[in-house]
Design a protein around this ligand. Sequence first.
Ligand code: ADP
Length: 592
Amino acid sequence: MLHYRSIRMRIAIPFVLLIVVATAGLALYLSHYFREAYLETLETRLLADLRVVGDYLPAQLAADVSGGSDLDATARHYSSLLDARVTFIAADGVVLGESDHDRTTMENHLYRPEIQQALDQGSGSSIRYSVTARTEVIYVAIALDETAAPVRIARLALPLAEVQAELARLNRTIFSTAAIAVTFAIALALLIASRTTSPVRQLKVMAQQVAAGNLDARLLPTTQDEVGQLTRAFNIMAENLQDKLNALTTEQSRSSSILDHMADGVLVLDLDGVVQMLNPAAARILAVTPEAAPGSTFSALVRHHRLIELWLRCQRSQQEQQEAVEIDHGKGTFLQVIITPQQTPSAPGYLVIVQDLTRIRRLETIRRDFISNVSHELRTPLASLSALVETLQDGALEDPTMAQRFLSHMERELAAMTQIVEELLELSRIESNRAPFFMQSTPIATLISVPVERMLPQASRAGLSLATELPDSLPPVLADAERIQQVLINLLHNAIKFTPAGGAITVSARGAADKVIIAVRDTGVGIAEEELSRIFERFYKADRARSSGGTGLGLAIAKHIIQAHRGQIWVESVEGRGSTFYFSLPVAQGIS
Ligand code: ADP
């Protein structure tokens, strides 16, 4: 690419111009010099010839004139001797003898420059165009002494046609040599310019690559000069740039992975509140699609007046603002939102942190409810205990039958309290993983037969049938037999409690994929639909079961035991027609 603005051409063109001008000047000078030198030599030679002749010409001419012979013949004689035109001229300019032309037609020659010079200085010369010869002619003339009278001047004339042909040949040689020299010089100039600028061009290509983002581009510095130093500096620059970029990329991927995995929502807003970036947690908490959010405003995104006010407050005051808000995206989310102005000059805006406190809130509620439930459950037996103690103190102690009745009442209340406390302890032990589980491969029959046998007397006392339905080929499950039996006792206990006399209770089991599902079915009162989701909560008792005793902890304990087995527990029920409690246990691996 030979563009005239490229460094190569900017170096080459002045050199080429210089070479062309210098060579052309030299050629012209040489051509001129050679012509002058040639003509001077010619003139000197002609003059010398003329002078040689001039030494004995006067005697000859004098003899001719006195003998009355024609001077033209003498002129012709000398002309053939000297190989040039010869003219004899009188002191007044009249032509007296002429070798090549008709003398009579020739005009007076007094004012020809060479004649004037010869009259003045003894000899003269001139080069001019001759109309007679139709070419340039060199004339030389000398003055003869008085012995030659009436001839005063002898003149030689030589047409330059031949000379000029020779000079033209010389010129051709000079100019063609110059042209060849110029061609070589131009080629050399281009080559030198190209060689000198080649590292610069390579550097340019590398710089373009770096600019296009290819930071791996490097050049080996080949020279020690400025270009080599520039290449080295450029390599270092590219390396530094790459290091910086790598560090930045690492930093960026680190922070983006932090942002992606943190539980808190983070949004970056510009000065106008347009979302520049948000992390997955923010999208999840605010229930928006992560792709659609950037570009929309914070207000449009949160759709909540208190959060919009919070953001406007922050924008106005340029101070950090914080607010806890309950927003309803269908499930009552409780959020804590902190908006901080960012003063970074490169990207001023706002940083929004959104924390989802719903779970913490719910746990707090559960804890509060639990405490109030425990106190509530304990208050009733405590109140009746203190009433009984008071009655005894007031004199009932004196009456042994009465005292006996009160004492057994007190015993019942204490037993109820003890059961609550024991069950709570048990629940907390299981929940906090302090109760050890001895998991082993256990046949289903073992799990079911013990509780059924134990509960059989109670069932028949209540006028209920209790049956077992067990398919033959059930795989053993991985279970702590004692705990699962405890769960089944709880379920059977409930079934007996909530089934009127004449009903039937069935315990069954079936295999399903890699687990076994055990079911306890009764034909009892059933559970209202709105209560189904709550009966596994601690202390939950259906209203009509309030009077039936029980702590409301049995199903909560059962749920924890089953969960510790990596199983599930659930219930199906139709009010008035009975309930079925199911739980699943994983099949013991490797044993079938
Ligand atoms: P409790 O020890 O008081 O029986 P549970 O946690 O075992 O407490 O049961 C919680 C509630 O679930 C009971 O109060 C009752 O309303 C309901 N329930 C449990 N089992 C049955 C059942 N088989 N039939 C009807 N309701 C039941």
